[in-house]
Ligand binder design. Structure first.
Ligand code: YSA
Length: 367
């Protein structure tokens, strides 16, 4: 780089700044140096600003040199600060003012929320079984949350999923306005907080061809009263497997292996009939109650049934496979949706789900 008045200025500034930094003997002097050289109105900042008036070629070369100098001076400042700190510490030790043999103050460590811990254990189990993990939107269209899962606006199964509608963005379906094709199209565009992770079945099949083997973790929301086993915000993990020859035996085997890994071989697991419009047949999986011998009607966890339901599942309905463009004669699939908070309750013997989101650190610190 040829010498110009501005390169001379930079060279002089560099030498003066280095000398002043070496002479700075305490934190106040370091700060004054930083403000005077690198601060908004500092000498190097003024040089960088003045580059705007130069010819483009000179500006590029001088600008690079000035930026290099800034990086170098910032590093020199950090090194000087560290050296002064070490000197001050050594002086204190020498004067007997600091006892370095005293134990340090403990640092408070955060921890993973128990629901996050359980979620990770669940996803690890399915990863070992060959599932990929994918995620989907929490703000969802009625179309995916309900319609394309064979739950139209007037279907009684909608009562299973009391919904938070996003009225400022979309609108809750107007059930008084008829149920023809126009009403269906209008409702399908309504926005809501997803009530389950099942919409991701449809979204994923829309974009991918079989074979499919995915686990979908995520938050869901339900407009319902809370009690010992129900929250208005819950975490689910959805499973979807689609391939040639997938059968109910594969569903049972997968769920059995999952239960063995999460709860141990001795835990009793019940698979019983259930109904979801998007599967045929449908089942639900329950695990034996930990809070009572299994027959206490006052038990808040099982209400005397002896079982806590943790997931719904079934064979993907052929109409859903066909709507995704698959040949439902050739491929079949199973799906499941499990409640992570309920599984965390079972793992840790917690008899009220509301503890998870009450933000009581005395509870949370136990995990
Ligand atoms: C069914 C069939 C499939 O092929 C795929 C998925 C499903 C599950 C379906 N989408 C569903 O959400 N069923 S569910 O309403 O019964 O909820 C599934 C699980 O979520 C329940 O077994 C329970 O463990 C948990 N759950 C439901 N409501 C809850 C809750 N957990 C806490 N609070 C709530 N309010």
């Amino acid at each position: 780089m040829t010498t110009t008045p501005i390169t001379d200025t930079i060279t002089t500034l560099a030498a003066e700044a280095r000398a002043a930094l070496d002479a700075a003997a305490d934190e106040a002097a370091l700060e004054a140096w930083r403000v005077g050289v690198l601060g908004r109105g500092g000498s190097l900042t003024a040089v960088l600003r003045s580059l705007a008036g130069l010819e483009p070629e000179t500006r590029r070369a001088v600008g690079a040199a000035a930026n290099r100098l800034r990086d170098e001076l910032e590093a020199a400042l950090a090194a000087r600060r560290e050296a002064l700190g070490a000197q001050a510490l050594a002086a204190q030790v020498a004067a007997g003012a600091l006892d370095v043999t005293l134990p340090g103050r403990p640092l408070r460590r955060g921890g993973l929320h128990p629901v996050t811990q359980t979620l990770r254990v669940i996803l690890d189990a399915f990863t070992r079984m060959g599932f990929d993990t994918v995620e989907g939107p929490e703000v969802e269209l009625d179309e995916y949350n309900f319609e394309r899962l064979r739950i139209p606006a007037d279907h009684p199964a909608r009562d299973m999923w009391d919904t938070f509608w996003l009225s400022s963005l979309g609108a809750a379906p107007d059930r008084s306005a008829g149920s023809g094709a126009a009403a269906r199209d209008r409702d399908a565009g309504a926005l809501l907080l997803r009530t389950h992770t099942s919409p991701m079945q449809v979204r994923y099949m829309e974009q991918h061809a079989p074979p499919i083997r995915i686990a979908v973790p995520g938050r869901c929301y339900r407009y319902e009263a809370t009690d010992a086993t129900h929250e208005w915000m819950l975490t689910q993990v959805e499973l979807l497997v689609v391939d040639e020859g997938v059968s109910m035996a594969d569903l049972k085997g997968t769920l059995q292996e999952f239960a063995r890994q999460i709860f141990g071989a001795q835990t009793r697991v019940l698979l019983r009939n259930s109904y979801f419009p998007f599967v045929e047949p449908g089942v639900e999986l329950a695990v034996s109650c930990f809070a009572c011998p299994g027959d206490d009607p006052a038990c808040v966890v099982c209400r005397g049934s002896g079982w806590l339901e943790i997931m719904g599942a079934g064979m993907v309905h052929p109409e859903i496979l066909a709507a995704a463009g698959y040949d439902a004669e050739r491929v079949t699939g199973f799906a499941a949706g499990m409640g992570v908070e309920r599984i965390a309750m079972l793992r840790h013997g917690i008899d009220d789900i509301r503890n998870f989101y009450a933000n009581d650190l005395r509870f949370l610190r136990q995990f």
